[in-house]
Design a protein. Structure first.
Length: 323
DNA sequence: GCACAGGTAGATT
DNA sequence: AATCTACCTGTG
């Protein structure tokens, strides 16, 4: 249960620091390594958590990150050797551990995945891989990923974060209730609303979340999903081409959003989202100037193979860093 | 003031 | 079928 821990002390550690070392927090589980995660740099960790895959992670002053997905909250940080460590609200850490391993797709070492990309015959890809060792594709909840990318049309990452944050605080169920945790991460006071919950929200209230013309898409998608129970879960289980075609039936979901949802929310590595950054990257480094998005997507899937979406993420990171 | 932003849908060639 | 535009709204 949430919120059943005593709050009379009001602080993380009544005992205070011992000989200069910070006392362990009563609210957070101890830091522990994330099994089989690749060594990372701070820059690559930032690219994974704040590079446009997910929109609910925040970097803190000490360099650690805090974020949420589904009903889970976690902190992440790098140990001295670059290994990733995690910690969760103590009351829920037992459930968060396995959930995080799935979210991180920890069973698939990034190094192995990247090695199966055609970098040996693609000098630019080789360069992008070398620049971001450990970069990986998250395996986020399908429905939340759909919501995030329905917000993404013609918006920058900062603004997508703002929209999802408002949706959560106004229409999602409570997440962090312990005052000490809430004080650390007020933006995680609520989880994202489910599609069932969104179906009950009036379009005017969605507009008030700064969604603009996306409010109509989200409202339409929510109503459609409410009328078709089980449809989303079935779609997630379909092979890539069928899943993409089905997602595109939803209002506001075109080729790019569908590919992002399947790549970041369903682990479909063959999805190759084509956005303005990738259009620029393919024009600059692959001689595809003037190509249309569907042509670029086809080129990407054939040139990069079954893990084209992973290649896309490296190219995307390279392009943003050198822009 | 005005162009532009990690697109999509609908109208118009 | 391919190409153009409007769509909300914050940011520079």
């Amino acid at each position: 249960m949430i919120g059943d821990r005593g709050q009379s002390a009001g602080g993380p550690s009544p005992a205070g620091p011992v000989r200069g070392r910070p006392a362990p927090s009563l609210m957070w589980s101890p830091w522990q390594p994330l099994a089989s995660a690749d060594p990372l740099t701070a820059a690559v960790l930032a690219e994974i958590l704040d590079g446009g895959q997910a929109f609910r992670w925040h970097c803190r002053a000490d360099g650690s990150w805090i974020g949420a997905w589904d009903s889970h909250v976690a902190r992440l940080r790098l140990a001295g050797d670059g290994r990733l460590e995690w910690s969760a609200p103590a009351a829920r850490a037992a459930a968060t551990g396995p959930a995080l391993a799935r979210y991180w797709d920890a069973g698939n070492p990034a190094r192995l995945l990247a090695d199966s990309l055609p970098w040996r015959s693609d000098a630019h890809l080789a360069r992008a891989l070398a620049a971001h060792p450990g970069l990986r594709i998250l395996r986020q909840p399908f429905g939340e990923t759909l919501l995030g990318f329905l917000c993404s049309a013609a918006k920058q990452i900062v603004q997508i974060r703002q929209m999802t944050s408002l949706l959560a605080s106004r229409h999602g169920r409570p997440l962090l209730t312990e005052p000490a945790l809430l004080a650390e991460a007020p933006f995680l006071s609520h989880r994202l609303p489910t599609w069932e919950e969104l179906a009950e929200v009036a379009e005017a209230d969605l507009l008030a979340c700064r969604l603009g013309f996306r409010a109509r898409y989200i409202r339409g998608t929510a109503r459609w999903l409410a009328a078709h129970p089980g449809w989303l879960a079935e779609t997630e289980a379909l092979p890539y081409p069928e899943a993409k075609a089905r997602l595109a039936e939803l209002p506001g979901v075109g080729p790019k959003v569908a590919d992002c949802v399947l790549l970041f929310g369903a682990g479909r590595m063959e999805a190759f989202p084509v956005d303005v950054w990738i259009i620029a990257a393919m024009a600059r480094h692959y001689g595809l100037a003037g190509w249309k998005p569907p042509q670029i997507a086809h080129f990407g899937r054939t040139h990069f193979g079954p893990l084209a979406g992973l290649a896309q993420q490296y190219l995307f990171a390279w392009e943003r860093r050198t822009a």
